[in-house]
Design a protein around this ligand. Structure first.
Ligand SMILES: Nc1ncnc2c1ncn2[C@@H]1O[C@H](COP(=O)(O)OP(=O)(O)OP(=O)(O)O)[C@@H](O)[C@H]1O
Ligand SMILES: [Mg+2]
Length: 158
């Protein structure tokens, strides 16, 4: 079974469009399940841009702020809760326990987690692992399935 999918993203707009497409696939297959994505990649690799595409893809009209200082921004869209995390500034994964991280992983939530490696050991496991990387002035994205729901998404992208 093929459990990874890679794509070249030529510019910022391509990243946003890919996010929109991805979130619609996720929305359609997660009726009574939550969905968790770990977003990894260097500073500036495009994690927030992809998240913006996903959040706007579910109908959000306004800005999408980077949760760098707040750790999490939330959106209530299309009967789902979207929680967008950026754990770059997390000093200790235990801080996630103090912020009540368990309450975010519900059957109606889609969690997008930038710098998920900083929460290792505390975060629930992901359905999809996404790695974004620089390719000169453009970017490459790699998606790796980490659950049966994640595999379903990869299958639909292929
Ligand atoms: N496919 C792409 N090609 C070229 N530039 C892109 C692409 N996707 C996003 N960018 C640009 O990359 C820059 C940084 O993006 P973004 O803030 O999304 O990165 P990030 O991975 O969230 O960084 P951080 O780790 O600091 O949170 C933005 O200026 C954005 O326009
Ligand atoms: Mg970011």
């Amino acid at each position: 079974m093929n459990t990874t999918y890679c794509q070249h993203l030529a510019n910022e707009q391509a990243t946003c469009l890919f996010g929109e497409k991805l979130v619609k696939l996720i929305y359609n297959i997660t009726d009574k399940n939550g969905f968790i994505i770990y977003l990894n990649g260097d500073l500036g690799a495009g994690k927030t841009t992809l998240s913006r595409g996903m959040i706007q893809g579910l109908g959000h009209q306004g800005n999408v702020k980077s949760p760098t200082y707040t750790l999490v921004e939330e959106y209530h869209l299309a009967d789902r809760h979207i929680y967008h995390f950026d754990l770059y500034r997390l000093n200790d994964p235990e801080e996630l326990e103090f912020m009540g991280i368990r309450d975010y992983f519900t059957p109606h939530s889609i969690c997008l987690i930038e710098w998920a490696e900083k929460g290792e050991g505390i975060l629930n496991s992901a359905d999809l692992l996404i790695n974004m990387s620089y390719d000169n002035n453009a970017r490459n994205i790699e998606l790796i399935a980490n659950s049966s729901l994640g595999s379903e998404i990869i299958k639909q992208l292929q």
